[in-house]
Design a binder for this molecule. Sequence first.
Ligand code: HEM
Length: 499
Amino acid sequence: RFFRVRQDVHALSGPSSSIASWLWGHELLVFQHESTQLYSIWAHTFGSVFRIKAALFHEDIIVAADHAAVQHIFADTDNYVANVIGKGLVWAEGDDHKTQRRILNPAFSLESIKGMTTDIVECCEKIESSLVNRLLAHTGGVTVNIVEYMSSCTLNIIGRVAFGHDFKSTVLETSSSEPPTDAQAIRDSWNDHVNTGLTPSAFLAPLVVRAIPAITKAPLPLMQTQGAIKMIVRRLAGRLMQNGHGLAGGQSKDIFSILLNSRKGKEQGERGLTDEQILDNVSTFMMVGHETTAGSANFTLLELARRPDIQQKLRQEVIECGHELSYDHVQKLPYLDAIVKEGLRLYPASPQTERVALKDDVIPLSKPIRTSTGRTMNQIKIRKGQVIHIPFTTMQTNPAVWGPDAASFKPERWLIPGGVPPPSELPHGWSGLVTFCDGPRMCIGYRLAILEFKIILATLVRSLQFHDTEAVVLQKISPTLQAVTDGRGGLLPLHITLA
Ligand code: HEM
């Protein structure tokens, strides 16, 4: 049995060991390339499930981009767990995760999300007017780092809709001698973290955690910058907890009220959350609730800048719908919907994920694959402890599924019959994408993310035109999808003029 299980992993095809480092396996090469770029190239050569050499003599890693395999892994959260440490909903496992998810679900119902529309529109209009004002002060347009504007906008949104807190985040044109606001402190420390994540030493942090999962702190720069963000956000979360009663005196179904009420539940002996868990959740939501949507929005705006025809068509649709961007209005814009789907297909904010199997298992495949010895396999037997990488972008740009133009930004594909593959060819998940994952750990904030994304695009294109600066913008994972220009993470220059 031991032999058979091992054999399945080792029988998989994969890149040659001659290009792997003896110490870092293929993992260093993957890290040095853009986002999931190497996984896409290897999937093209070796098929949708293959094997790579892991760093530090760890067992080989399986890279799974087959939709049946991925669906199986995402459905079985008792067996397949995230390979990361930490607390809060994103990282809680087992019963802890189920309790937290059950407590928080009402904050993300359709009804709750609809109720957030006015706040979202106001935050987007604030960014729109700050860009317009900046333009009015410069003739002939201005080049901005759109990343700063998107992060500001989404931070303001999550502050207001989740915590009733107005970050009042703005982008300063010149440096200020005033002490940094909470928003600036969060954005600066996040920017440090992103840029540290691009340095060679950042490659080590997840490997240390994989080797010794109990380690939560180590003198590694990436862990230190992560610790710095946590400290800032937790300090703010602590202040909010002291002062706060949620958005409506603790009666509401917003995230913060729900978290605070669950503390009362705990005090009364019900299943609730401890103060520590609440603090962790507040800081988790503040970070995952804003940097993710911003990442996908940045790259979608870059696509619009490169495709003035698509941008103009979107502008036309938004202007024809009138000025009011209510929830129902926004849902009635088919081209906007197609652009958002296409943006989330090509630029998932979390371009890949990782799982570890807690038990031996057999993973089904949607299509047989050929092993390194030419055998055909319909399923893969794995051993407990197997690490699996799931590259979302590779799955969503696979030409064998999405056609020869899979890598192109083509919103029309969502509007024409047969433009997207049939459901049988796609994973479960929102719109046949794994951008928001699937199963019990599917992104709890997906409805909010989509609504924000739509309102951001609609608000900005109605008054502004985005132009490509021809800068070479790379896509890196640090720790979410980041734009890297001239070696600087969190930089995506776009030229803007009035529409
Ligand atoms: C475009 C925007 C977003 C994308 C692409 C995205 C994607 C994802 C993905 C892929 C996961 C699963 C991670 C994994 O298990 O490996 C996830 C989980 C999660 N997301 Fe999002 N997310 C987005 C926005 C948001 C927002 C706006 C919020 C909250 C306000 C949020 C909160 C969460 C939470 C709490 C989890 C953990 C869920 C659980 O483990 O049960 N996300 N997200």
